[in-house]
Design a protein around this ligand. Structure first.
Ligand code: F6P
Length: 523
């Protein structure tokens, strides 16, 4: 069954939220905390080793209650059931959306067109495990009998961003293989990588769900030509493997059938790192760690399916995002991971969020007359504090922030971590509470700048009242990363349901491809 087509702006909850906003737009975070001493506890959710504190948002319990009514009115509960049980909710492509099945450890069958998909998933996982073990143990030999030292993932979009981000995020857990990623059609990308690798000891993983993506096929051809300068066609099977739905095209490319890792059309590219698309992750950190990543995501899936909306992390984050996007007219959201290893998270989320919810036609086929997908951007804390955070503190735009942190470090430099966390919390406080005129006045006085007060005072005041969420894990592990990514996937889903759009197609990227193709033919 497809999702219901309910225009959110025609619900009673939307009407009430619009009225409520007239008062809520004047909420001051400082004041809200002063009035309710339990505010932090009231607006926090714990799940395993994750705590999400959303108290620094311009909301009261009434706001949350109304937002939850909105979720109920658009039948979010029923939508979640359809999402997990393989209904074809990607109606424009006539497909189910089942990345959650890839990490499900339950024995309950998940049916697509009457067939259980679990056995296929388990077979693919076994194949990934055996292959990863063979390569990482050195048993898989290249054409001159040497073990593999380098992996090159050739893919773009979802066949690149997810694996690349996770491999970098979990580098603490990595083995001795070096992993590289080629995506751009810009020849500099592939050329630079080819300079650093040895064909005798490199394994190429060509990742393309469709196996028709121009950039990927082009890069794969260039790499194969380069490889064949030192090896023969009979050596290709020792060095090239593919991940794809399109086995025929892989076969035509010349990759051995044994070396094909299957993928399915019910896994969207931008949600595919949990599938065989994650092969370079499994090679880089080992299959056991890859399974931990899946386990973490499954933890979030179970939480999302079973928790009441007021205690449901992805639902609350999605509703807050709708609140700012549709009522405060916020255009963007920021993601600030306080971990250098998560540097690629914003870019990964940009595809996940913006390719999914950047839609202007609703599920009835009508143009929407309200805002949908948010723009996501960000960088790592604390580097961002020394770069663009000035605009959040003193700029004119409202930009809600997700602060992502880890209580424990992966290294032994305790003082570094202490300072990192101090900054993590201090930024949230600075954004929320700002600095009053009186406080700024006192600072200038203390700093012996009394003679400058009149001139400098206005510039030293921080209005504050900038919303943020604190998403704090115990430690960066494959499990916690799985939870984090699952959380954002379900936030995206929830927003798509509320906005009455189709989150799982991406027709918007086609026109540019088409025109580029025409230009190539005509020139
Ligand atoms: O052009 C966008 C897109 O279709 C993404 O959605 C997808 O992740 C990417 O291209 C790569 O597609 P494929 O895995 O089929 O090569």
């Amino acid at each position: 069954m497809p999702l219901q087509n309910i225009n959110p702006t025609e619900t009673t909850a939307w009407d009430k939220l619009t009225k409520h906003f007239n008062e809520a737009k004047n909420y001051e975070l400082k004041e809200l905390f002063r009035k309710n001493k339990n505010r932090q506890d009231d607006f926090s959710i714990l799940l395993d080793e994750l705590s999400v504190d959303y108290s620094k948002n311009r909301i009261t319990q009434e706001t949350i209650d109304l937002l939850i009514s909105l979720a109920e009115e658009v039948q979010l509960k029923e939508a979640i059931e359809k999402y997990f049980s393989g209904d074809k909710i990607n109606a424009t492509e006539n497909r189910a959306v089942l990345h959650t099945a890839l990490r499900s450890s339950s024995d309950t069958p998940i049916l697509v067109e009457g067939k259980d998909v679990k056995p296929k998933i388990n077979t693919a996982l076994r194949k990934m495990k055996a292959f990863s073990n063979k390569v990482t143990s050195g048993k898989w030999k290249g054409y001159t009998g040497k073990s593999i030292t380098d992996i090159v993932n050739i893919g773009i979009g979802g066949s690149d961003l997810g694996p690349k981000m996770v491999v970098e995020a979990l580098q603490f857990y990595k083995n001795k293989l070096n992993t590289h990623f080629v995506s751009n059609i810009d020849g500099d990308h592939v050329s630079d990588i080819l300079k650093t690798i040895n064909p005798e000891t490199t394994l190429f993983v060509v990742v393309s769900k469709s196996f028709t993506t121009q950039e990927t096929i082009n890069n794969a051809n260039t790499i194969r030509d380069w490889f064949l300068k030192s090896a023969t066609v009979f050596d290709v099977s020792k060095h090239f493997v593919a991940v794809s739905c399109n086995t025929k095209a892989v076969d035509n490319f010349g990759i051995d059938k044994k070396n094909i890792f299957p993928m399915w059309d019910w896994v969207g590219g931008r949600f595919s790192l949990w599938s065989t698309v994650g092969l370079s992750i499994s090679l880089s950190i080992g299959f056991d760690n890859f399974k931990e990543l899946l386990r973490g995501a499954e933890k979030m899936d179970d939480h999302f399916k079973a928790s009441d909306f007021d205690k449901n992390i992805p639902v609350i984050l999605a509703l807050l995002s709708v609140w700012y996007n549709n009522f405060f007219d916020a255009e963007t959201e920021m993601v600030l991971p306080y971990s250098e290893y998560l540097e690629k998270l914003p870019a990964y989320l940009q595809q996940a969020v913006m390719e999914s919810n950047g839609k202007d036609i609703d599920r009835n086929g009508n143009e929407v007359d309200y805002q949908t997908g948010t723009i996501v951007w960000g960088g790592t804390g604390v580097n961002s504090q020394h770069a663009f955070m000035q605009l959040l503190h003193h700029g004119t735009k409202l930009i809600p922030v997700d602060f992502i942190g880890f209580k424990e470090p992966l290294h032994s430099l305790e003082d570094h971590h202490e300072k990192l966390l101090a900054n993590y919390f201090a930024q949230q406080d600075a954004l929320a509470y700002g600095k009053t005129k009186e406080e700024a006045h006192l600072d200038l006085k203390t700093n012996n700048q009394l003679n400058q007060i009149n001139k400098l005072l206005p510039y030293k005041v921080f209005k504050g009242n900038h919303p943020s969420n604190s998403i704090l894990f115990k430690k960066l592990t494959p499990f916690s990363l799985g939870m984090l990514l699952g959380m954002y996937e379900h936030k995206i889903f929830t927003q798509g349901v509320i906005w009455n759009i189709f989150s799982y197609d991406q027709f918007g990227v086609e026109l540019g491809k088409e025109l580029a193709q025409k230009k190539l033919i005509n020139d």
